[in-house]
Design a protein around this ligand. Structure first.
Ligand code: ATP
Length: 258
């Protein structure tokens, strides 16, 4: 449970997806996905390995093209965008990669400053340093500014990875398996950070995971993916509250057996 009430604007859809299909040869991965993300909302896309969760967020950031369907992000139809508009949109849609995607040869501070240097070349060094300090404080790792990524724990790397995405002040955060490979205490810290980012920076997020604890802690809405579709959507309690729902029970059992 969150210890705050998220400020969700139900009149403002920041992502709207309809009839999304994607196949790789005979592998029909997405088979009719509809999804709405509202401003300020955290949606968790929950599904077993290989169900197409990553493909979905890659299509949202146009790392992949869909075969059919519409993908509207912040009022723009993503598959049709020219490269300049796409670049501008990508500044507003932050992608948190599973491994944090940090450069091993740069310090933590340099890693955080890098997206600013590349995307906001007019920004002064003083302003960059200020932003780096703010983000480090937000992810709770101010003391690591001069450390190398190899000196960080897995959980710290994840936090810095989230910070590196946050540094451009995106409106939307896409989290790819944010708790994968972490111990339960570190998972809780990452879940809390995802909520803190939502509260403090007013972001809207899609969190893809197969971790039920992460889903429960961070999701204002849960969308369960199976067979290329969402088989259930609703709050955690709406989706997981019923004991006689076989599809959901199967997922629940799988989660605890793993
Ligand atoms: N570029 C690609 N070319 C071919 N097949 C792909 C490509 N990307 C994904 N796939 C296939 O699409 C399916 C869904 O992959 P995806 O990575 O979205 O799964 P996932 O639900 O994110 O799983 P996991 O939790 O294991 O990351 C898999 O069968 C995968 O092999």
């Amino acid at each position: 449970m969150k210890d705050f009430t998220p400020e969700i604007d139900w009149n403002d859809k920041v992502i709207s997806i309809r009839g999304l299909y994607k196949s790789f040869g005979p592998n029909h991965v997405l088979q009719g996905i509809d999804l709405d993300l509202y401003k300020g909302e955290n949606i968790v896309v929950l599904g077993r390995s290989g169900t197409g969760k990553s493909v979905l967020i890659k299509i949202i950031s146009r790392l992949l093209y869909p075969d059919a369907g519409t993908v509207n992000v912040l009022g723009q139809e993503v598959p049709n965008l020219d490269v300049v508009t796409l670049r501008e949109l990508r500044l507003k849609v932050g992608f948190c990669f599973q491994n944090g995607a940090l450069y091993d040869s740069m310090t933590v501070g340099e890693n955080l400053a890098f997206p600013l240097r590349r995307n906001m070349p007019g920004m002064s060094k003083a302003e960059r340093d200020k932003r780096v300090a703010l983000v480090l404080e937000a992810v709770g790792l101010s003391q690591t500014v001069d450390q190398m990524p190899s000196e960080l724990s897995g959980g710290q790397r994840k936090r810095i990875g989230i910070g590196r995405t946050l540094i451009l002040r995106p409106e939307i955060m896409l989290y790819d398996e944010p708790t994968a490979g972490l111990d339960p205490i570190t998972c809780t810290e990452i879940n809390n950070l995802i909520n803190e980012v939502q509260r403090r920076f007013k972001t809207s997020s899609i969190i893809i995971t197969h971790d039920l604890t992460c889903a429960k802690a961070t999701g204002d809405k849960i969308a369960v993916m199976k067979g290329g579709k969402f088989i259930r959507q609703g709050s955690f309690d709406e989706v997981f509250g019923s004991n006689d729902d076989e599809l959901i029970q199967e997922f629940y059992d799988y989660n605890f057996i793993q």
